[in-house]
Design a protein around this ligand. Sequence first.
Ligand code: FES
Length: 144
Amino acid sequence: MYSEKVMDHFMNPRNMGEIENADGVGTVGNAKCGDIMRIFLKVEDGVIQDVKFKTFGCGAAVATSSMATELVLGKTIQEALQVTNQAVMEALDGLPPVKVHCSLLAEQAIHAALWDYAQKHGIEIEGREPPVDDIEELEELAEV
Ligand code: FES
């Protein structure tokens, strides 16, 4: 059911934990499954120097958070914003259809943390809407 990569990131999550005095923190949840994800960012000169996550959720949520942190580490804010849930899923060699929303939670948690960073540092994020707290609505819009 799950790819080897998903199992690996679930059993050995990368970048799990939190960052004290993080430059950006984003928390999102999905009311339907009750899972919550929090992302912490350390940013220097516009580049993500460190990223950590805490996920209170299913195995796929842990694996997608782990992979999402790997994908944004070392990236600029703009580059990190391009990391979609599709990219996270591809990097994990796919997810079962009922678990696609878990990757959306990871994408939105990263975006929420980037948004928080931008707000705190007076940076404009072009063309981005403020993040949502609950992805359930977004999920319905995206029909995932
Ligand atoms: Fe909801 Fe995985 S079941 S995030």
